[in-house]
Write a protein that binds this ligand. Structure first.
Ligand code: EPZ
Length: 432
């Protein structure tokens, strides 16, 4: 298994291109199940999770193929773009999502709504938990039942059926779950009648999916708000949609600039999707400036410690909590970090402590007392965002940090060591 070696102490400077968001691309790929016509997605990131989901979708009959990023104007076939893919589903050949595929990536549960909506039935493995929590799907299932699906749990599988199709209904979400909102948005798009999703998630990736569905012919009102009204259509058509920029990748590199006292332009990033994280970076003493290609982060002093509490959008994203904690481990002062979304998202703490961080965890709260210097050490990645916080810590630690199990990082970051090396980091990927 690959590892990443970092020698800390370099200031990062330059520019980095932010790619399409993993957490937008995944539901967008699933939306192809809703139509027989080609859905072409551009600005696609090159990530392990994308490949995993493509394999699952192919098992349902989706034909995945390279695509040109622009429609051929005069009919001349334009060159395929390495970041454009077409997803075509002439017919659904299989309505079962097997355990060994779903367990690799819980986003696979998103096929449930579209399969039931288009085929009238689905058998999807319960995703099971993961490193950061049990991650149930009760809100997904309650919502589908309110749209008329019969739901049964049998042998570790969700068996959902709606032989006469789904019917519109009101779906109050017990929690503004991102995945449940996406599953139900897709299901309601083909339901008979009007649906209202209340307490819907407002993350930019949810809005990006909604906008893509509208370009496919769906009728959705309230995009970006916590109440989504969907008037079901008999069928949807193909479309071409550019994946929204990855705010979590952008936030990670912004913190890399802050933690190394660097100066980085994040090309392609959307600042308004990162209001809370950019406010935090200004509070710790970094400078944020808009550019005509995205925004720039620079820091010329040690960060001041500030308290952080994660929350649903537009609050501080849980997916940047581990990265912000890395910054707080070397900040001046003490920071209280509360993780309110997942029950076990402090897996990075023991590894940061091995690097000399001073962190005490009580339940969902971590007290981080800033230290002058971290010390490089062999550490282990446990989940995607915890891994990126170890990379950030390694960038500033004295000496060498060796991170093992970097497959976690490759799930959500495209060539992170190449991008950081191009910014001046002393970092390389080494085989086992
Ligand atoms: C999405 O996961 C993201 N993944 C996660 O990013 C992100 O951390 C999360 O949203 C929160 O923003 C993708 O988009 C592929 P949730 P999701 O449903 O949809 C509980 C990353 O690092 N819950 O909003 O699974 C759940 O247990 C990943 O890129 C229920 O109780 O998140 C959690 O505590 C990690 N019942 C909370 O809600 C349900 O039916 C938030 O979960 C659904 C969720």
């Amino acid at each position: 298994m690959d590892r990443i070696r970092i020698s800390g102490g370099r200031r990062l400077a330059g520019e980095v291109t932010i790619r399409g968001a993993k957490n937008a691309a995944l539901p967008l790929m699933v939306a192809a199940l809703l139509t027989e016509e080609p859905l072409i997605l551009t600005n696609m990131p090159h990530l392990a999770d994308i490949d995993t989901l493509a394999a699952l979708l192919e098992s349902h009959g989706v034909v995945v193929a390279p695509a040109a990023s622009e429609p051929d104007s005069a009919g001349a076939a334009t060159e395929p773009d390495e970041r454009a893919l077409s997803f075509t589903v002439p017919e659904i050949t299989n309505t079962t999502a097997e355990y060994d595929l779903v367990r690799k990536m819980r986003a696979s549960v998103l096929v449930l709504g579209p399969l039931v909506a288009r085929e009238g039935r689905a058998r999807v493995s319960l995703p099971g938990g993961c490193a950061i929590g049990s991650r149930p799907v009760d809100i997904h299932l309650d919502g589908l039942a309110r749209l008329g699906a019969e739901i049964e749990l049998r042998d570790g599988y969700i068996e959902a059926s709606a032989p006469n199709g789904l019917t519109g209904g009101t779906v109050p979400l017990a929690f503004p779950s991102v995945g449940a909102t996406e599953n139900l948005l897709m299901a309601a798009s083909l339901a008979d009648g009007q649906s209202v999703i209340q307490n819907a998630a407002r993350e930019p990736e949810v809005s990006d999916l909604a906008r893509c569905l509208v370009s496919m012919g769906a009728d959705i009102e309230g995009i970006g708000t916590s109440e989504l009204t969907i008037t079901g259509q008999p069928r949807l058509k193909g479309a071409r949609h550019a994946v929204v920029a990855d705010r979590i990748e952008a936030g990670t590199y912004a913190i890399a600039a802050a933690i190394t006292g660097g100066d980085i332009e994040l090309v392609g990033a959307v600042a308004e999707h990162l209001e809370a994280p950019l406010q935090l970076l200004e509070q710790v003493g970094a400078t944020v400036s808009q550019t005509d290609r995205g925004f720039r982060i620079s820091a010329d002093q040690r960060a001041h410690a500030v308290d952080i509490a994660t929350s649903t959008y537009p609050g501080f994203p849980t997916d940047l909590q581990a990265q912000a904690m890395a910054l707080m481990t070397v900040a001046e002062g003490a920071s209280v970090i509360s993780e309110t979304i997942f029950e076990n998202r402090f897996m990075h703490v023991p590894e940061l402590i091995r690097m000399g961080a001073d962190i005490t965890v009580r339940g969902g709260t971590a007290m981080v007392r800033g230290v002058e210097r971290l010390r490089g050490a062999p550490v282990m990645a446990t989940d995607l965002r915890a891994s990126s916080s170890l990379v950030l810590a390694g960038l500033v630690a004295d000496g060498e940090t060796m991170i093992s199990r970097v497959y976690h990082i490759d799930r959500g970051y495209e060539r992170i060591e190449e991008k950081l090396a191009a910014l001046g980091a002393d970092i390389e990927r080494v085989g086992t």
